[in-house]
Ligand binder design. Structure first.
Ligand code: SRM
Ligand code: SF4
Length: 572
């Protein structure tokens, strides 16, 4: 735990907020500035928005003595990432009317809209609600968007998992009327104290909280990165229970030994009937035991480490009134999406996995994603499932409609050949909107991937699936610490290079080189690819190979994250 007993500043803001109201409503009408007050910038996250500024314009505006180019990002809440054609069309319209004209699919299966001016924030959020979706709790110290495996290989099983994701999401929503009051002109409650927050209490959680459900053999939600993960236990095509895992998380601070990424540990199996109760018990354990003094030590992963896994399990069992049973072995194929192209489920419906570069949906030369997906949505012939790997699955297409959807995809240049490394790659948003970015990510990914593809080609590895992820800083929004190759931004044009994650998402990467340029990264990868091409066993992944070949050392040699070494060597 943190040495100080003093609560973090955000705790004070939450306490004074009158259940997340603050002065957001007043701030929206203040025409003197494009910003809102400092306290409200914390509170507005709970409503699904971040205040940002365009970092490309910062210097110029400073020179012109203008305030930063304030704008807002809005994130929707779409449990399991499933939205209807009408909802897709609504987001497309909103992006054009109020945002920057593009849609951004996130690594947690939802939409982000960027570049919204303060005066357009309320109409944007109201329009999302009119489409029967919302932005409540998409950000902030609460449970965020609940993820669920995307491709419904088995319709009944996946529908059951998605239903649980939706029920957990609904159960863990804040009950405060602030959202309706501010964004939807809901009636003002006379005494806000009357509203009970049964799960969260008056100061919500110490930090953000994330839940994902995985249906083996797909770990496309990266279940081991979640604060709380549910892995379906299947018996003869039915979900008989969920293996509950806790304490995953990616965010670290460069050079800070007190921070570490972590893969989630298993608590055991609960029945499907108890899953919502277990979710609440884990959340309230974090509410009561999480560190509210130090936000860098406030995620559930630190609570689990501080309490110890056995004590944590016992506390969750006590609160939920259940006993976990031992988990059977789990087998995941990988943590990527299924390959680009057509897939069929067990009831004969078709699904098209569409590659979207870093989740950005726009019209770009012959690749007319925005127009093409608008046309498909307008046809009503497909549902839209947003994947945790920043792609979109056009889903639930009947055999009769498949040809029409295929024709629309072709007409808009969306049936393309993408290398496996590109299809699997993730890149976080980064510059220019992310306030925390230290280096480029989304904007840099296409160019960098081209260079990696050329290198793979040179070494006869062109078709090899390799999981490569790029982030602009070590917060880990594209889950880099689970990748086979990861670039993590350190400074403009400089990255830390990590190698050695597992294809099934169950193992952390290892720090390989610190603060290096593109030329240095490519030189390192040339050596690694040459060794891999020459020395790999049949079917061996790059992540497994670099460990077996000793290219990255194991934790015991100190090549692991310094914080991770500290955690493991001081545990127990
Ligand atoms: Fe993230 C903060 C974008 C998934 C860990 N993340 C941010 C902010 C809001 C920057 C900020 O605080 O000012 C970024 C906004 C950028 C922008 O301009 O849009 C941002 N995070 C994203 C998205 C959009 C990345 C993407 O390219 O898709 C993802 C939105 C997910 C969603 O729909 O809810 C996103 N962020 C993640 C993930 C991956 C996941 O959840 O599966 C992680 C790692 C997992 C985890 O939480 O441990 C992640 N984001 C962070 C952190 C580090 C948290 C920590 O424990 O230290 C921050 C910074 C913070 O919270 O202080 C952060
Ligand atoms: Fe921003 Fe860092 Fe997250 Fe990328 S990883 S979106 S740079 S906070």
């Amino acid at each position: 735990m943190s040495k100080s007993d003093e609560l973090s500043a955000v705790e004070g803001i939450k306490t004074r907020s009158r259940q997340l109201r603050g002065t957001i409503a007043e701030g929206l009408t203040d025409q003197i500035t494009g910003a809102i007050s400092d306290d409200d910038t914390q509170l507005i996250k709970f409503h699904g928005s971040y205040q940002q500024d365009d970092r490309d314009l910062r210097a110029e505006r400073r020179e012109q003595k203008l305030e930063p180019a304030w704008q807002f990002m809005v994130r929707a809440r779409i449990p399991g990432g499933l939205c209807t054609p009408a909802q897709w069309l609504a987001f497309d319209n909103i992006a054009h009317e109020y945002a920057n004209g593009t849609l951004r699919l996130t690594t947690r299966q939802t939409f982000q809209l960027h570049g919204i001016l303060k005066r357009d924030l309320k109409p944007t959020i109201a329009a999302i609600n009119r489409a029967l979706l919302d932005t409540l709790a998409a950000c902030g110290d609460v449970n965020r968007n609940v993820m669920s495996t995307t491709l419904p290989a088995s319709r009944a099983v996946h529908a059951e998992a998605l239903d649980l994701a939706r029920r957990i999401s609904a159960h863990l929503l804040p009950k405060s009327g602030a959202y309706h009051e501010i964004w939807l002109d809901g009636a003002k409650l006379v005494d806000t104290a009357e509203v009970d927050e049964p799960v969260y209490g008056s100061t919500y959680l110490p930090r953000k909280f994330k839940i994902g459900l995985a249906v083996p053999p797909d770990n496309d939600v990266d279940v081991y990165s979640q604060d709380l993960g549910f892995i379906a236990v299947l018996d003869e095509g039915r979900i008989t229970g969920y293996h509950v895992v806790v304490g995953g998380g990616m965010g670290v601070t460069h050079g800070d030994l007190a921070t570490w990424p972590r893969v989630a540990d298993g608590l055991g199996v609960c029945t499907p009937e108890h899953a919502v109760t277990v979710a609440e018990a884990v959340v309230t354990t974090q509410r009561d035991h999480g560190d509210r003094t130090n936000r860098k030590h406030a995620r559930l992963k630190y609570t689990v480490d501080d309490m110890g896994l056995d004590a944590f399990r016992a506390e969750v069992e006590r609160r939920a009134g259940i006993r976990f049973t031992p988990a059977p072995p789990i087998h995941f194929n990988d943590n990527g999406d299924r390959p680009q192209g057509w897939h069929q489920d067990d009831e004969g419906y078709w699904h098209y996995m569409l590659y979207a570069p870093s989740g950005r949906i726009r019209d770009d030369g012959p690749w007319q994603a925005l127009s093409g997906l608008r046309a498909i949505a307008a046809s009503g012939e497909a549902q839209f499932r947003l994947t945790a790997n920043q792609n979109v699955l056009l889903s639930d297409i009947s055999a009769a409609d498949k040809a029409a959807v295929d024709a629309l995809l072709r007409a808009h240049g969306l049936i393309t050949t993408v290398s496996p490394v590109r299809h699997l790659a993730l890149a976080c948003v980064g510059l220019p909107t992310c306030a925390l970015a230290m280096a480029e990510s989304e904007r840099y990914a296409p160019e960098f991937l081209g260079k990696v593809e050329a290198l793979l080609d040179e070494h006869g590895l062109a078709g090899t699936p390799i999981n490569l992820r790029i982030t602009g800083c070590p917060n880990g929004c594209a889950r880099p610490f689970l990748a086979e190759i990861a670039l993590v931004g350190k400074a403009p044009g400089r990255y830390n290079l990590y190698l050695g994650g597992a294809r099934d998402g169950s193992r952390l990467t290892v720090p390989f080189r610190d603060n290096i340029t593109e030329a240095e990264i490519l030189a390192e990868l040339t050596t690694v690819f040459a060794a891999y091409a020459a020395g790999r066993n049949a079917g061996e992944s790059l992540g497994d190979f670099v460990r077996r070949a000793g290219i990255v050392a194991d934790i015991h040699t100190g090549q692991q994250f310094a914080g991770e070494v500290r955690r493991l060597t001081t545990a127990g």
